[in-house]
Design a protein around this ligand. Structure first.
Ligand code: HEC
Ligand code: HEC
Length: 272
């Protein structure tokens, strides 16, 4: 009994107690936030598809048909996949303003949530290539040197070296890749927009796609938009780390300050 009391008085014990409490709180936090998301995902997917269908009828069906079955003017989107919708809409190519116009990259009039809704609707009709996950487009551990080789074999004849863009023989041009996000680069390879071939996972493996993305995003002249990455840890871990790191740090600083003060007071009282 006396040994427990004396150990509890030890300054290290209070640090350990706080650290333990934070770990428990963090684990509870991540368990609850993670569990809630997966439980509601099936229901939210149905809402998404319904909302996506409504948006599609309004903005896309005049060219692609009421059920996305295609018309004489625009192709069927059944089986085009969520990746094609996300690529075309997030780069502002779709909805096309008029038939026959060059569909260049421009800011989108749609919110990411609206794009996700339409993507879910098109996916519900016939599957197709899916929007890549954060893990699939993460370039941590990617081989930039291999990416450069793959890019010069497969992409540079159209996009130029370092993805600067280039003229195609028949008068159209392949765009610069300066503004493309890792997700859009992955989606372009999966879906082959317009004159670009499809680079399925059999042609360029998922790991090689990461190498290419790392090369394209590393070599571009533009400044990095910023932000800081925790690699492949995902949002739950980030929340947990933020919780433990941020709160824990503040608490430890506070304890350290009060401990200093106590030492100081003790020293003073001993002097007098
Ligand atoms: C003015 C007519 C027009 C409208 C409106 C339009 N599209 Fe398109 N879309 C086209 C044409 C033409 C093509 C084929 C040529 C091309 O890829 O640029 C196409 C191609 C696509 C592709 C690529 C298909 C594939 O297999 O990769 C997708 C995806 C797409 N559209 C989605 C949409 C969505 C979603 C909307 C509504 C937000 C929309 N489009 C609105 C005319 C249109
Ligand atoms: C045969 C020529 C050709 C080849 C080879 C090619 N592309 Fe493309 N790529 C294009 C064209 C054309 C477009 C524009 C399509 C459009 O506007 O709908 C494009 C568009 C893109 C975009 C979208 C750019 C943006 O942000 O607007 C990306 C990203 C891309 N390509 C990446 C690649 C990568 C990576 C490779 C090699 C694995 C590759 N491309 C190989 C012709 C090509």
């Amino acid at each position: 009994m006396s040994s427990i009391i004396s150990r509890r008085r030890h300054p290290a014990a209070s640090y350990a107690a706080v650290a333990g409490g934070l770990v428990v709180a963090g684990v509870l936090y991540s368990a609850f936030s993670g569990g809630g998301a997966s439980a509601s995902s099936a229901a939210s997917n149905q809402t998404q598809v319904a909302q996506g269908q409504a948006l599609f009828v309004e903005s896309c069906s005049s060219c692609h048909g009421l059920d996305a079955q295609g018309t004489t003017q625009a192709p069927s989107l059944i089986g085009a996949g969520s990746a094609a919708v996300d690529f075309q809409m997030s780069t502002g190519r779709m909805p096309a303003k008029e038939l026959g116009a060059e569909n260049d990259r421009k800011p989108s009039d749609f919110t990411p949530a609206q794009i996700a809704d339409i993507a879910a609707y098109i996916e519900s009709l016939g599957g197709g290539p899916a929007i890549p996950t954060t893990n699939q487009v993460s370039t941590s551990g990617a081989n930039t040197g291999l990416g450069e080789e793959l890019f010069s074999t497969n992409c540079s004849q159209c996009h130029g070296f370092a993805g600067a863009g280039g003229a195609l023989t028949y008068g159209k041009s392949a765009p610069s890749l300066n503004a493309s996000t890792p997700t859009q680069i992955y989606e372009a390879m999966l879906t082959g927009p317009e004159a670009m071939p499809v680079f399925g996972d059999g042609t360029i493996t998922p790991a090689e796609k990461k190498d290419i993305i790392a090369y394209v995003t590393d070599t571009r002249a533009e400044a990095n938009p910023g932000g800081f990455s925790l690699g492949r840890t995902g949002t739950t871990t980030e929340g947990l780390l933020g919780w433990l790191g941020g709160l824990g740090f503040l608490v430890l600083i506070a304890m350290w300050l009060t401990a200093k003060r106590r030492d100081h007071l003790k020293a003073e009282s001993e002097q007098s």
